[in-house]
Design a protein around this ligand. Structure first.
Ligand SMILES: [Mn+2]
Length: 362
């Protein structure tokens, strides 16, 4: 075990949460801080966050993360797993999925605890984390929420047919596939009943390059018969029809590519990211909050005025698709291309309208 518990009995009473970060450009640490603030702000229990990181985490970000815990009188332990990640999944067997996603596979070998919560860094804990912590999982390796989105996502993809075959071959069950973004892990049972790390190695050796959801596929493969399915409020991924007064009482998992820091697609949910960010040392005051927000939205593809360059890129994409005969994805690319024109016209109209209002205030 890398981590030695030195606080003994006192630490035993704490809720333990593991997070993982690989921060190649230094921008991800604040998302971790948001997850931490959201946990701390909604519970009266004592929590210790164990942050698995590698050498990419900078000293100034480390200080801010330590401060995040300090602000709420909670604790955080930083655990550098730089040299351990190779034990788990060799670099050449990994998919393009972020490096940190594999860190969670080290959890059973790192901690001597009976159980621990694992959270992705694209979640917002808008409920008391103690509710998840106190679920009894004595008879299961882990508790998780059923994921019906993973496969819906794949339906439009060119790989859908191939993946159906792959999953059948590997033995991954689609009707009891769980999302690995929020897990309550029974470490005692996992370390007792499984040779976890060798199962990891074996799986990625064989299937590393052909599965779509990396470590999530592995966890589903190895624990398919040993998972307690819990209420989907612990990992809410569907935000359709959500109202302002309807956001509390959930762990919100912001799946897909539209993250609150790159677009604004989920009113009342994306807002929470900024509200919790305001409670962290990454935002000293309103000025820094506004600056961060503007920096983010101006960088994003959804918020700039599309130029001829965007169209050139899409044309290139269409050509590549035709060349590779990925016929199934062709309509989607074409649709995106049409959307560009639509957005461009709308945004131009919007700007003109604003300009007019500015000239003739009513
Ligand atoms: Mn996630």
């Amino acid at each position: 075990m890398l981590y030695r518990e030195d606080a003994g009995a006192i630490n035993n009473e704490k809720i333990k949460v593991a997070l993982a970060i690989c921060d190649s450009n230094g921008a991800y640490a604040r998302h971790v801080s948001v997850v931490m603030a959201s946990i701390f702000a909604n519970t009266r229990s004592k929590v210790c966050v164990y942050l698995l990181h590698d050498d990419t985490l900078t000293d100034s970000n480390k200080i801010k993360l330590l401060k995040t815990a300090e602000c709420f009188e909670q604790s955080v332990e930083l655990i550098n797993v730089q040299d351990r990640i190779g034990d788990c999944v060799p670099e050449d067997k990994r998919m393009s999925a972020g490096r940190a996603t594999y860190f969670r596979l080290l959890i059973p070998s790192l901690f001597p605890f009976d159980k621990i919560i694992y959270l992705d860094c694209d979640v917002i804990v808008n409920m008391d984390i103690a509710e998840l912590w106190h679920i009894s999982i004595d008879d299961y390796a882990l508790a998780a929420v059923l994921d019906s989105f993973a496969f819906a996502d794949l339906k439009g993809s060119k790989d859908f047919l191939r993946l159906n075959v792959v999953y059948k071959l590997i033995g991954i069950q689609k009707n009891c596939y769980f999302n690995a973004g929020v897990l309550l892990l029974n470490l005692r049972k996992i370390n007792r009943d499984y040779c976890f790390l060798s199962a990891v190695k074996d799986f990625f050796e064989r299937y590393g390059k052909i599965i779509p959801f990396a470590d999530q596929d592995f966890l589903n493969y190895v624990f398919y018969n040993d998972c307690l399915f819990i209420d989907d409020k612990f990992c809410r991924m569907d935000f359709s029809g959500i109202e302002a007064d309807d956001v509390y009482g959930y762990i919100l998992h912001l799946i897909c590519d539209d993250k609150p820091w790159s677009s604004y697609t989920r009113p009342y949910v994306d807002n929470l990211y900024w509200e919790y960010l305001a409670k962290t040392p990454f935002c000293e005051n309103n000025k820094t909050l506004i600056r961060t927000l503007l920096d983010d939205i101006c960088r994003d593809e959804f918020y700039h005025l599309h130029s001829s360059d965007c169209k050139t890129q899409y044309k290139k994409k269409i050509w590549t698709n035709l060349k590779n005969a990925h016929l199934l994805s062709f309509p989607k690319v074409l649709w995106n291309c049409m959307q560009i024109k639509y957005k461009e016209i709308n945004q131009t109209n919007l700007l003109e309208k604003r300009y007019e209002n500015h000239r003739n205030p009513s």
